[in-house]
Design a protein around this ligand. Structure first.
Ligand SMILES: [Cu+2]
Length: 400
């Protein structure tokens, strides 16, 4: 007897049960539809500036090209497999009057071998440019024009030291979170971490690379075109590193050669140590008792001598002396557009909020283990009163 294909069991069910079942079915259908709709809608977001699909330099462009290759191969495979599936479903559909089952087969040398060979060929096609790209990216760039920058990851900010750039006092240039480079320059980052594993990632210029305590890793970045001052290329830590991990950003400013030289010049103009009787003396006294336990600052005194205040820098990694600090170097704080690792716009009122209650702008509370081990994480509440805070801000404002 042919199978009953139109057999409607629902016709035997009482009305209420039928309604319930229909509702149930609708619910399931809706759930089933939700997933592809969500996936589809996600594609409407476009790619923001922090996207590997918007390369702004040759290395990132290579990665993007590889992505395109893999994507289109995947699309071709998807279309092929789907077409085969649809064809098989249609060709071997059950027709009225069918009495025999289709031939049941177990194993087919042709199909299995074909599948294996096809996959191997595809993977080989992908692996050649992948391996070549990886080797290219790992190459240590050479030449006098390579800009060397040491990067230290901290919970939860980035320290940049321009090791080849020494100011009039012989000290190297140190800054935080906002990285400045000239267009088309090959910039070689030598990286380590002061605490836990971080990962340095500015998708527009290269892939990510882990930043590991006690080890040195490297990354080359190159950017094509200058960025506008209020639209630097965004990046961030890409390895979960604690409470404020998501707020560990990087801003990459790309300059013309002339603008880069001007920026360096500015960074080497020493900030001033307030004279003893000046209006800024009170702010300096607070700063030098409270803030210099963590923050470094290099200041020129009235005699023209530049002195660095702050904690000793304390990391030695591999054969490189990393002279890293507990908090960002504040010598040229007001040359930055943001603070708190690129998360807060640098304005006086934000700064007052930060000094008064840093946790309100960026959650950095150490957990119990850290407290028990005496570890300080992030910027603590320094307990200054409103007057002291505004005195300190008046002082900070002169450091540009
Ligand atoms: Cu991190």
């Amino acid at each position: 007897m042919p199978r009953n294909r139109t057999g409607d069991r629902a016709s035997e069910a009482p009305g209420a049960e039928l309604a319930a079942r229909t509702r149930n079915k609708n619910g399931r259908l809706r759930l089933l539809l939700t997933l592809p709709v969500l996936a589809f809608l996600a594609s409407c977001s476009g790619s923001g500036p922090q996207s590997a699909l918007e390369p702004k330099g040759p290395i990132a462009r290579d990665i993007d090209g590889l992505w395109d290759l893999v994507y289109w191969l995947a699309v071709a495979v998807f279309i092929m497999v789907t077409a085969l599936l649809v064809w098989a479903m249609w060709r071997y559909r059950e027709r009225p009057g069918d009495e025999t089952e289709p031939k049941q087969l177990h194993g087919s040398a042709a199909i299995e071998l074909g599948g294996v060979v096809f996959s191997v060929v595809l993977l080989a096609i992908i692996s050649v440019p992948t391996v070549r790209g990886l080797l290219d990216m790992r190459q240590v760039p050479e030449g006098d024009d390579v800009i060397q920058i040491q990067v230290t990851g901290h919970q939860w900010w980035w320290e940049f030291e321009y090791v080849d750039e020494t100011g009039p006092d012989g000290a190297t240039l140190i800054t935080a979170n906002e990285l400045h480079i000239p267009e088309d320059a090959t910039v070689y980052l030598t990286m380590t971490s002061a605490d836990v594993i971080h990962s340095f990632w500015i998708p527009a210029v290269n892939g990510k690379r882990d930043v590991v305590p006690g080890q040195v890793t490297n990354l080359t970045i190159i950017a094509d075109d200058p960025t506008s001052p209020d639209e630097p290329l965004p990046g961030q830590c890409a390895e979960f590193c604690g409470l404020a991990h998501a707020d560990m950003r990087i801003k990459l400013h790309v300059h013309t050669d002339a603008d880069y030289a001007a920026w360096l010049d500015e960074q080497f103009q020493p900030s001033q140590l307030p004279a003893e009787e000046s209006e800024l003396a009170a702010g300096w006294s607070t700063f030098n008792t409270v803030c210099t336990t963590c923050h470094q600052v290099s200041l020129e005194d009235v005699e023209g001598e530049v002195v660095t205040y702050g904690p000793e820098r304390h990391i030695a990694a591999a054969d490189i002396q990393f002279r890293s600090s507990f908090g960002p170097n504040l010598t040229h704080l007001f040359s930055r557009g943001t603070f708190g690792a690129g998360t807060v716009e640098l304005t006086e009122s934000h700064l007052a909020e930060w000094i008064g209650d840093p946790q309100s702008l960026k959650p950095m509370n150490p957990d119990e283990n850290d407290l028990a081990a005496g570890r300080v994480l992030g910027m603590p509440d320094t307990g200054l009163n409103a007057d002291e805070i505004s005195e300190v801000i008046e002082l900070l404002k002169t450091w540009r």
